[in-house]
Design a protein around this ligand. Structure first.
Ligand code: NDP
Length: 248
């Protein structure tokens, strides 16, 4: 379904991003795995994807919070793998704490990676997407940005921003054949949620109607749908994938 397409996945080396890389590759897309650094994990994934799915995969180092690095990375990916047609803005971090004690540096780091990073990569792909009159942008929001989870002022605000940015991007690029949608995961089992205390984890699990944590593959399936032509008439939406956690 995605043969001949090139997907750029930020935060692609582990967690949800790695599951998205595998899923898109299984559908035939060449994959650019973009992380802060090219780790051994990224190199292993690169090799695994090429061997398993017979597509091209390449790992890149890029801090998504840096606009110039994003522009240079997109340029390099196009040179190596061909026109980017799928952008998954997945890179994200947390630095949780109550507003009272939240350090300015922690607020800035989270907003810079999650929100500005999504903006930077979208901007870097904007002109190529317009020119080719095709593109699929999938942004990772969060139910935290919908609910306003206590202790996550920086994270929730950044994700609410990502979800608003999704709508703006969708409106600006719809006439150019580009869709932009956001996924809002709930509690997904990755390194990010391993940092949460046992007590808070139990509280989360107890409040999920389907009774389990989500898996990265659950999110990857939805990302693949939003990255495929099957979702061409869907743009500017935010889709929760949370086992019912944030049913309103
Ligand atoms: P992980 O912590 O497992 O992985 C985060 C990834 O982002 C890593 O590959 C990391 O690369 C990369 N990254 C971090 N900062 C940067 C940066 N400045 N530039 C480039 N890459 C960066 O996260 P998850 O897989 O759990 O989360 C993926 C996305 O899903 C995030 O946006 C997160 O906010 C969102 N989400 C996750 C939920 C969950 O329950 N897990 C719930 C809701 C949303 P490196 O290894 O080099 O540091």
């Amino acid at each position: 379904m995605l043969n001949g397409k090139t997907a750029l996945v930020t935060g692609g080396a582990r967690g949800i991003g790695a599951a998205i890389c595998r899923k898109l590759a299984s559908l035939g897309a060449d994959i650019a795995i973009v992380d802060l650094t090219v780790t051994e994990q990224a190199q292993a994934l690169e090799a695994e994807i090429s061997a398993e799915y017979g597509v091209k995969a390449k790992a890149y180092a890029c801090n998504v919070g840096d606009a110039e690095q994003c522009k240079a990375t997109v340029k390099q990916v196009i040179a190596d793998l061909g026109n980017v047609t799928i952008l998954v803005n997945n890179a994200g971090i947390t630095r949780d704490g109550l507003i009272l004690g939240m350090k300015e540096a922690d607020f800035d780091a989270v907003v810079n990676t999650n929100l500005k990073g999504t903006f930077n990569m979208t901007q870097a792909c904007y002109r190529p997407f317009m020119k080719q009159k095709y593109g699929k942008i999938v942004n990772l929001g969060s139910v935290s940005g919908l609910l306003g989870t206590a202790g996550q002022a920086n994270y929730a605000a950044s994700k609410a921003g990502v979800m608003a940015l999704t709508k703006v991007t969708a409106r600006e690029l719809a006439s150019r054949g580009v869709t932009c949608n956001a996924i809002a995961p709930g509690f997904i089992a990755t390194d990010m949620t391993k940092e949460i205390s046992d007590e808070a984890t139990q509280n989360y699990l107890a409040s999920i109607p389907v009774g389990r944590a989500g898996q990265p593959e659950d999110v990857a399936n939805l990302a693949a749908f939003l990255a495929s032509p099957e979702s061409d008439y869907i743009t500017g939406t935010v889709i929760r994938i949370d086992g019912g956690l944030a049913i309103s």
